[in-house]
Ligand binder design. Structure first.
Ligand code: NAP
Length: 284
């Protein structure tokens, strides 16, 4: 039977002005022969706007919305408002994919699966085996990234400006397995043999084009590869600095498309048209 549903999908978070998700999902819906829309629901920082978030979740529960992505700064904030967390979201302690199943609000984490797929593509392309990864930041995306790196056999150090946030993250993921250091030049340079740096902070994201999470005047680890989750702009200052030092780099667009594809499949039950979605994101 033909799928006649009009899919009402969207993204919740703040700021959303530079989101590529509406373009990616609109193209995907059209390519799959489905009708629908993907809207932006900008929700300024909580708690003042918790009511707005609750209204959207109620619409999801009633079936007026069919799927939501969650982004900065709500990936952890939204957890207590849900009825069920899929295993990845529960383990990571953050969700970016919401839907309603049998009347229950469900949260999953497609960032982790998206990062895993794109990281493997990157490390395969540059013949990089597992080693020591340095994760910058300790927010929602850092949790997904750190969980994947640990699962893939990497030794992980997390550099964060708030040690307490990093400690809580490490304790909930894999206590005693994650080293934590302040995000400061002297602490980072003291680390041995880092061969992958992953930026999970928003530093460098539009409109902060001159921003970088990497401390000023400090060289990136020699022989490392650099993965920046920021995808807008596609080429961040961190990536430019890394390339100037002769290091292989990867921006966040590939991960963005993978998590979008996984979200699309969960919401519609149809295979995601990945080539079209990659094209909509500006990837070849
Ligand atoms: P989040 O939960 O708010 O976490 C951000 C983390 O970065 C926090 O630890 C924060 O520390 C730290 N931070 C913020 N600004 C910083 C700065 N200037 N220097 C050092 N640390 C800083 O956000 P998120 O959801 O994890 O998202 C983070 C970034 O990843 C965003 O740019 C997002 O677009 C990107 N992302 C990309 C993808 C993708 O598919 N490519 C997927 C997920 C996320 P404080 O708590 O001290 O502020």
């Amino acid at each position: 039977m033909e799928n006649e549903r009009f899919y009402r999908l969207g993204l919740v978070g703040h700021p959303l002005g530079h989101s590529l998700s509406p373009a990616i999902h609109s193209r995907a819906l059209a390519a799959a022969g489905l009708s629908g829309e993907y809207r932006l629901y900008p929700i300024p920082p909580l708690p003042s706007s918790s009511q707005v978030l609750q209204v959207l979740l109620d619409r999801l529960r009633r079936g007026e919305l069919h799927g939501l992505n969650v982004t900065i700064p709500l990936k952890q904030v939204v957890l207590p408002l849900l009825d069920w967390l899929e295993p990845a979201a529960r383990r990571i302690g953050a969700t970016n994919l919401l839907y309603c199943r049998d009347g229950r609000l469900v949260g999953d984490n497609a960032d982790a699966a998206g990062f895993r797929l794109d990281l493997l593509r990157f490390t395969t392309a540059i013949s990089l085996g597992c080693g020591h990864a340095l994760v910058l930041g300790a927010g929602g995306a850092a949790r997904a990234v750190t969980a994947v790196l640990l699962d893939e056999g990497w030794q992980v150090t997390v550099a964060a400006r708030r040690a307490e946030q990093a400690r809580i993250m490490a304790e909930s993921l894999l206590p005693n397995e994650i080293e934590i250091v302040p995000l400061a030049g002297d602490c980072i340079t003291a680390l041995h043999r880092v061969n992958l740096v992953v930026n999970t902070t928003p530093a460098g994201m539009a409109p902060d084009l001159e921003g970088s999470p990497w401390p000023e005047g400090v060289a990136l680890p020699a022989g490392s590869a650099v993965y920046d989750l920021v995808y807008n702009p596609a080429d961040t200052r961190l990536l430019q600095t890394a390339r100037a030092a002769g290091l292989p780099t990867r921006g966040g667009l590939g991960m963005l498309v993978e998590q979008a594809a996984l979200s699309f499949e969960r919401w519609t039950g149809c295979p995601a048209p990945r080539p079209v979605m990659r094209q909509a994101a500006g990837l070849a």
